[in-house]
Every structure is written in C-alpha cells, then in structure tokens.
Design a protein around this ligand. Sequence first.
Ligand code: SIN
Length: 288
Amino acid sequence: MSQTLTVRRVAGALGAEISGLDLARPLTDAVVAAIRQALVEHQVIFFRDQDLTPAQQTAFGARFGPLNIHPYVAGMADHPEVMEIIKEPSDKINFGGGWHSDMSFLQTPAIGSILYALEVPQYGGDTLFASQAAAYDALSDGLKATLERLSAVHSAAREYSAQGHSAQKRSSMSVAEADGYVGEFIHPMVLTHPETGRKALYVNPAFTLRIDGWKTSESKALLDYLFNHCRYEAFTCRFTWAKGSVAFWDNRSVWHFALNDYPGQRRHMRRVTVDPWPEMARVAAAAE
Ligand code: SIN
C-alpha cells in the first residue's frame, strides 16, 4: 500500500474514512502529520482492511502521544497499554455501552483512542460518535457564555467502583474495582481544542457527576439538558465495523457509544489510548 492518503467524509458533523494507508508499516512524519490533521478536522477517522499485531497498534498509537495504561481495565500481559474489549456470546453487558468520552475521569484526560476490530458480529455492534463541537455550536450565545464560566466534576466512581456498571455486569473483561476513593477531577465545561481552537462541550453522562460548586441536585437539570442535547442525531455519525477496521477518535471533542445489539455473538476489539504530549497537558492544566 502506498502512503498517499485519501479522505472521504462520512457525515455532516464529523467522521471521515481514510484510505491508502497500511498502519502496520512505519509511517513517515509527513503521513503522521496528515493523519493528525484529518483527526482534528474530522474528529473521528476510520481505516479499513488493516492487519495489526498489538506491537504494531502500539507503535502506531505512540506516534500521536504517550500511551495510557488504563487504571481499572487490565491491558494485555505483554502489552499493558493495549486493552482487549471483548463481548462473549454469553455476556449481557458490553464495554462502552453508553455515551462517554474516554478517561475524562482523570486529571489529564486522554486525547485520542484507537480501536481495532479483530472479530465482529454478523450484524450489529456498530459504534456511534457525536461531535461535541457541533453540540456546542448549536447552543444559544447566552447558554454558551454561561457554560464557559463553569467547570464540572468528573469521576470514575459510577462506572468502576465495586457497585459500578462496568465492574458488576461483565464477565469477559478484567475490569478492576476501583476500591474506595477514585478521585474527582475538575474540567472546564467548554474546552477549547488546543490544536484547532474550536470549542466543544466537555461533559458526559458516564463520568460527569456535577457542576463544580453546585450541589448534585442543582446540577441535574442543566446536565440532563446537555446530555440530551449532545446526542442529537445531526451531531452524530455511525461506524459499521468489519474485521480489520480501525477508528481513531478525538476525546476532546467526541462522545462515543458502543451499541449492544448483537446478543449471542462475539465481538473482539483492541484499544490503545493516547495521552497528550506533556507540553499539551501543561497547556490544558493552565487553562483550567
Ligand atoms: C470504547 O468505549 O472504547 C469501546 C467502543 C466500542 O467497542 O465500540
């Protein structure tokens, strides 16, 4: 395969399919820069017909930033930065089956996630993506101005605590219980993308607990309004996986949702998650 990339948009708000690249091969700096440009412009990008070992997926991800080791989901024994996302035919609950942005529950959230499909069900198992930049753009100037003054508290407690959704109900993945205090981290409700300058909403139903300085009960109405607004279909695109497909999304401006509509079938994916380069993390910290 050559290293000339072709970009085809897949929906109005976000998403583009990129062809012409073999991600298993070492990529030139120019190609990596072009992929990064496509990512920040389209917010989620898709590749087809790839064949990646865990080492090759890791090498690809590491071109975009340091790779995250998930604090609650065990990685592969010899590649701790590679998470296996598996739903067995007998599993009722899938991983990521609700709108969220990865790792917003950390002090320095991940900038991107790269998901590779090894085995997909015969039907179902698509992933939905929603542009939080489009969601922000669609708000009134009044609400935008209000939200820009606010921050929100994020935590893994609801998902990963002993009582949490992820820890309780899945049998096929090694999801550790976050014993006791998992930490609460405050992020602005509107993020300015450090690479594009575009603004996006940064709250999500899985990990955002409340508005900073507000009671949970006071926060509920505004957060519920936003959670509903942010998943409006005009802000979304939908990806149907095949073996060898890769999706790479920008967690700073995208929510995603793994559909759980393939009972009795197996789905096996591998994810690496990209943290910001240290200088980018410092910019984010200074902005908070
Ligand atoms: C995830 O939330 O990272 C999983 C998405 C998927 O399996 O489609």
